[in-house]
Design a binder for this molecule. Structure first.
Ligand code: PHE
Length: 460
């Protein structure tokens, strides 16, 4: 077989859009607004920004440097730099392979909701959005069809390649996402009573600062910037040697945080205008927001816009996750891109089915009743169903252990100086505040990551 040239980004703008596509995901649109709502609004935002600056920026630059320096997928990259740290790459790839198994479930719900909102034009809104959502996710077939479609779309983009697929689509999808966000903010801010939500988000109330909020902000920052799971290393490995990493490394935290703020600005004022408690958890997106859309003028239109927005955010993140596994198979096992996509796609499809069916469905399904005694529904690991267990394993353990070990690796094994040399192209692209970055890489980000880990395992 002819040796294929390693994939590369076509332009620095394309690279930034692709990595921003990974970072801006359901975490920004779904989780950030409700975490901010739960933790006092403005003060949460402030703490979040501090964590982005002291741990997010150093880590993203460090991971990009590992990727571009080695030009390898995460397992081979760590192996090349120090064999003892190969497991960090393995953890990253495992998270990259596992997370899509439930990410596609939610991606499927989002597509289903776009279609549902369109059908509301004729049928009208359901009287009870909560019951309607419950019936949907506990249907044994429908969510699976939608998630398969979402998965197929992601796989197709990846199959087209790094430049012609991931980069090209991100260059269209990411700017569209920001435009749609602005449209939604326009709607939200013109609702009567919306300004209360704006004040809640931008006026930090220091009395509302809690340990819980600080912990939430740390974990959210890490998840939102797609750190600790090989994505940034993989995407960094597709950078051209002479490209400017400083620009990219700073643009991503800025865009990701901007997207989080804009999402909160779109959701919180509306929540206040409708007199809903801003502390509501995950049901916000699929239950409360549809209820609000039902009550506002042109609600169907804004509902569709909102779910298209979620779709764009989710698919670009899912693509990045799956690309970790695909890149691993291509680099490490010399498998062609097409076959790698088929392998990862099939694996995701197979594991995503029990994830979808673990939404309390199997015991209700007479048709699939026999599965209830199988490994899915009745299968409890540490008291969790398949969906929650994979989420816990990947998000709370693998990613965070990998993140902490990456910090230790950069600070004390590979060395901050080597890392800085790569970031600045041997000094050609000077880095503002290099001294501060050295300090943060050595002393601050490992501590932040250690705290995040202690929290994830329930010690803090
Ligand atoms: N950053 C994405 C989000 O905010 C989630 C994600 C995590 C995507 C890790 C890829 C990898 O939703």
């Amino acid at each position: 077989m002819q040796e294929e040239q390693r994939s590369q980004w076509g332009s620095s703008f394309g690279f930034i859009m692709a990595l921003a596509g990974s970072a801006v995901g359901l975490g920004n649109l779904w989780k950030f607004p409700y975490l901010a709502g739960r933790n006092g609004g403005g003060i949460f935002l402030l703490v979040y920004i501090v964590f982005v600056l002291i741990a997010g920026v150093p880590l993203i630059l460090g991971e990009l440097a590992i990727g571009r320096h080695t030009r390898l997928e995460p397992v081979s990259a760590f192996e090349k730099l120090d064999r003892r740290f190969k497991f960090v790459g393995v953890l990253g790839v495992l998270s990259g392979v596992l997370i899509p198994c439930y990410y596609v479930v939610i991606g499927g719900w989002v597509i289903a909701y776009i279609v549902r909102f369109i059908t509301y034009t004729t049928s009208g809104f359901p009287a009870d959005t909560g019951a309607s959502f419950g019936a949907f996710i506990s249907n044994p077939y429908e969510p699976i069809i939608w998630q398969a479609l979402f998965l197929f779309g992601s796989a197709w983009i990846i199959y087209r390649g790094v430049e012609k697929g991931i980069e090209k689509f991100s260059k269209i999808m990411m700017p569209s996402l920001f435009v749609l966000l602005l449209i939604m903010i326009g709607r939200s801010l013109t609702l009567p009573g919306a300004m209360e939500g704006v004040a809640f988000l931008f006026k930090p109330d220091f009395d509302a600062l809690t340990m819980e909020g600080v912990m939430d902000a740390m974990g959210q920052m890490f998840w939102s910037m797609s750190l600790g799971m090989g994505i940034v290393i993989t995407y960094g490995s597709y950078m051209k040697k002479n490209s400017n990493m400083v620009r990219g490394g700073l643009a991503i935290p800025i865009l990701d945080t901007l997207a989080a703020i804009l999402s909160a600005l779109c959701i919180l004022p509306a929540v206040f205008a409708f007199g809903i408690e801003p502390t509501q958890g995950p049901t916000l997106t699929f239950v409360t927001l549809p209820q609000m859309f039902a009550q506002m003028p042109a609600g169907i239109f804004f509902g569709v816009v909102f779910f298209v927005l979620l779709f764009l955010a989710a698919i670009t993140s899912n693509v990045s996750l799956m690309e970790v596994g695909v890149g691993y198979l291509i680099d490490k096992h010399k498998i062609g891109r097409r076959n790698a996509v088929v392998i990862i796609g099939l694996f995701t499809l197979v594991v995503s089915v029990p994830c979808a069916l673990s939404m309390g469905i199997l015991e209700k399904s007479a048709v699939l009743g026999f599965l209830a005694v199988g490994p899915f529904e009745s299968f409890r690991l540490f008291g969790m169903n398949t969906f929650d267990f994979i989420d816990y394993l990947a998000q709370n353990l693998f990613m965070i252990v990998a993140g902490l070990c990456t910090c230790i690796f950069i600070g004390y094994v590979w060395g901050v100086e080597n890392c800085l040399k790569e970031i600045t192209n041997e000094g050609k692209n000077p880095l503002p505040c290099a001294g501060a970055l050295r300090f943060l890489l050595r002393y601050v980000s490992p501590v932040v990551m250690a705290v995040v880990l202690l929290r994830a395992v329930g010690i803090l």
